[in-house]
Write a protein that binds this ligand. Structure first.
Ligand code: AFP
Length: 323
């Protein structure tokens, strides 16, 4: 078992102690969330609450529990000025913002519609900085992120981080509760014949996506000259982690049914952090026409078209959009 803990790794990389403090709070919140997810069925925390979130989506008890864990655990981080959560409509200001303070964006429990079927779910998070005293603007480009990552509550509980030094994965040691470095440098295979999309939405797709998927389905007899495989877990964290581990591409494009809302997935606390992780591992993230990390959000819960994964495959899909 590796002896490098999360704290040792972050310290070795020379991070600001307050950032290490915040990242350890996030790790603690993920550890507690993993515990609640594992024990959900025993505590009667499955099914639905009678409330909906800011997105108008049904809230699961564990959505609320995970959100409360993050707010309570991270609120005592010394330089954390604000929280933006999928489960909270307004920005939660914890202190008067000062230059260099941190902003935390998170989806506390992504994929929670899979909880009742005991499939993997996760937490997605992103950290940015306040650029000047008193600045309450949280609408920043993904390229301004200083840390992005996710926790995957699967057979193992893993914490994956991009923090300016490639991509690492830490695995939670169930006995000690310590996250230990198990993957020191994750990189995405440049091309692999696996794509992830909700194929039940095919009738809503725009022409480039129709063409891309159709070519994949034609296999080696078709224009791609090779057979493809398809996966759809309906849990973005699980899909992205699979792509990080063995390559592939994830698509949740704009379509006729979600265009009015701007897409399905949220930019600030789902898509931008995942795009940072994927790019740091050598992959690419695009809306089909724009690099995700270049997008300037117009509101905290903005949705966006999402194509993430192996760079050659994302580039191929972007080319289809330009033709
Ligand atoms: P939930 O958090 O409501 O389960 O949504 C999960 C998600 O945001 C993302 O993790 C999945 O990739 C995507 O939605 C699944 O969307 P579909 O349910 O339309 O397949």
């Amino acid at each position: 078992m590796t002896n490098i803990t999360l704290r040792r790794h972050l310290t070795d990389k020379g991070h600001d102690p307050d950032l290490i403090f915040l990242l350890e709070d996030i790790a603690s919140a993920c550890r507690s969330t993993a515990y609640e997810v594992r024990n959900g069925p025993l505590k009667g925390n499955l099914g639905l609450t009678d409330s909906t979130n800011v997105q108008g989506e049904d809230q699961k008890p564990l959505d609320i529990i995970a959100n409360d864990i993050f707010v309570e655990t991270c609120a005592n981080s010394p330089r954390l000025a604000a929280l933006v959560s999928e489960e909270i409509e307004e920005v939660v200001w914890l202190k008067e913002p000062e230059e260099g303070d941190y902003l935390l964006f998170f989806d506390p429990l992504d994929g929670s519609s899979n909880l009742d079927t005991n499939l993997s779910v996760g937490t997605i998070f992103s950290i940015m900085r306040v650029t000047k005293d008193g600045d309450r603007n949280v609408l920043k480009k993904g390229s301004d992120q200083i840390v992005a990552g996710y926790a995957l509550y699967g057979p193992a509980t893993m914490l994956v981080l991009a923090h300016g030094h490639g991509v690492q994965s830490f695995t939670l040691h169930q006995g000690s509760g310590i996250f230990r470095l198990t993957h020191p440098s994750l990189t995405i295979k440049q091309d692999t014949p696996e794509f992830a999309i909700n194929a039940s939405r095919q009738r809503f797709w725009d022409a480039p996506i129709q063409q891309y998927v159709d070519e994949c389905l034609q296999g080696k007899e078709g224009p791609r000259g090779k057979d493809f495989n398809m996966r759809w877990v309906a849990s973005m964290v699980a899909e992205v982690h699979r792509i990080l581990m063995r390559g592939g591409v994830f698509l949740y494009p704009l379509d006729d049914a979600n265009r009015a809302k701007g897409g399905r997935l949220r930019l600030l606390y789902e898509v931008a952090p995942m795009a940072m992780v994927i790019e740091a591992a050598g992959g690419a993230g695009s809306t089909g026409t724009e690099r995700i990390l270049d997008l300037l959000p117009s509101e905290p819960h903005q949705r966006v078209a999402t194509i993430l994964g192996s760079k050659s495959e994302v580039d191929y899909i972007v080319d289809l959009h330009t033709k």
